[in-house]
Design a protein around this ligand. Sequence first.
Ligand code: NAD
Length: 453
Amino acid sequence: MKAILDKQQTYFHQHHTKDVTFRRTQLKKLKAALQENEQLLYNAIYSDFKKSEFDTFATELALVYHEIDIARMKLSGWARKKHVSTNLINFPAQSYVIPEPLGSVLIIGAWNYPYLLTLSPMVAAMAAGCTMIVKPSEIPASTSKALLKIIAETFSPEYITVVEGGVSETTELLKLKFDKIFFTGSTAVGKIVYKAAAENLVPVTLELGGKSPAFVTSKANLKMAAKRIVWSKFLNAGQTCISPDYLMVEASIEDRFKEMIKQQIEKEKFDLENENYSQIINKKNFDRLAALIDQDKLFLGGKMNEEKRVITPTVLHKVSFDDAVMKDEIFGPILPIISYTNLDAAISEVKKLPKPLSAYVFSNSDKEKQKILTEVSFGGGGVNEAVMQITNPSLPFGGVGASGFGSYHGEHGFKAFSHMKAIVEKPNWLELPLKYFPRSKRKLWWIKQIFKI
Ligand code: NAD
């Protein structure tokens, strides 16, 4: 791994990746390679956790292609030197910022969207002009192999290398002095990455998880809320970092809303025959999720097939913050409903949990929307919508507090892998004597006046 990084650093210092045309060409090559290998990608992910072709395209590849297209289209503007105003103390001068690639970076992916979560940061790093080692999650083994094959066939290893492996390989990688580490995964492993990076003072972006709430108030369009919540929660069998983890539902509409959720789940026919309903990734997670289903609180679902690793969409009601299901991120098709009578009290309960990656507000009241959006801290989210914020590259995607820091997508991704080098450039025709010896009261007076402006 050290040898790969050494080669990548040499390649970086030969300035190949600093050329914007080079970056655009490589992004085009990436898109072409992915398109040529789409069937391989579909087969790999289906064998890992039966994710369908439709879902793989709509929730992974389409977003990666969109990121590539935007980066290719906007790269010249992003990478351009940008002039900023110059203050009086520097007169006469020009001031500008030069975006500079950070260098040789490490990207570590999570398993739940194995293509999106490795390729999307890769696109950002390529746009910024970095070289990179990419470590996909080892859990979906076939997708990790597919990525290795495609990247190895498309790029030279001194530019981009995929390294496969789990804890021991990642631990070795984390000892190396990269110029940036971009990590997607759990909060617990995020802490390990952050500590290892600190040893070498390597900057990090941490894209972590958390318990993302969705508030449903009596002022919501309940039918539409049920539709959007069911889609976003059970997409990928609930194994989505930004899906609503639990619902805070106003008590006066709880029964009506639960009925609508039930109807929507029935309409979507989530069962073994539904080819768009993913498996739970592995036995360990299946067992963990099965243990969270409290039969006394079961409103709907809870049917399981251990051999096929499928759990039908499950709704728990009469849930409290003390229940096991409210202790950690669920990351599966279980939707707990907590009812509330007072919005202030509900918000303060939500705020006792670590800051989540997302939060959602289903309400048509401006007052309620504003209240929740300003009082609850979270990475990003939606009003009368869930999960779709991830599809807009103009929005920064990232967490806050325990759900991580830093962001990416579109220009935000370019910036995540760039350093903004700040320059003041002066002509030689004028030099005021103020900064030189001898110091005097008069000069001090002048400096004070100039800094006031
Ligand atoms: P994880 O933290 O277990 O693994 C992520 C990566 O870290 C993998 O590549 C894995 O090989 C590596 N890893 C695991 N243990 C390690 C260790 N001890 N030392 C070094 N490296 C290690 O996460 P996961 O199970 O793959 O993904 C699920 C978590 O990721 C959830 O919490 C979810 O919310 C979060 N997530 C966040 C986002 C986001 O964009 N913010 C996206 C997807 C998933």
